[in-house]
Design a protein around this ligand. Structure first.
Ligand code: FES
Length: 96
């Protein structure tokens, strides 16, 4: 049996999305089904900056460097395209 992970978007009108755990969010979240926007999908443009509630693996050094620049004061900021989905999470967009 495969593991499923739910991605929800509290505070928005978007319905939760159920994905296979470890699915790449940038391949499954679209402008139709989520408030998250993507650009480069490789962790360098910062378009997909979000706040994440949920226990996901910490950022790799490259992602951390971007987060330190883009959102130094937001402890749970992440780049959605770099996230390893390991359990149910909640995502909120960050006003830039
Ligand atoms: S889409 Fe560019 S950093 Fe995630």
């Amino acid at each position: 049996m495969s593991n499923l992970c739910t991605v929800s978007f509290p505070g928005s009108d978007y319905e939760p999305i159920i994905l296979e755990c470890h699915d790449n969010l940038s391949e499954h979240l679209t402008i139709q089904n989520s408030p998250v926007l993507f650009g480069c999908r490789t962790g360098i443009c910062g378009t997909c900056l979000v706040e994440v509630i949920g226990d996901v693996p910490p950022p790799q050094p490259d992602e951390q460097e971007m987060l330190d620049t883009l959102a130094p004061n937001i402890a749970n900021a992440r780049l959605a395209c770099q996230l390893d989905l390991t359990q149910n999470i909640e995502i909120s967009t960050i006003q830039k």
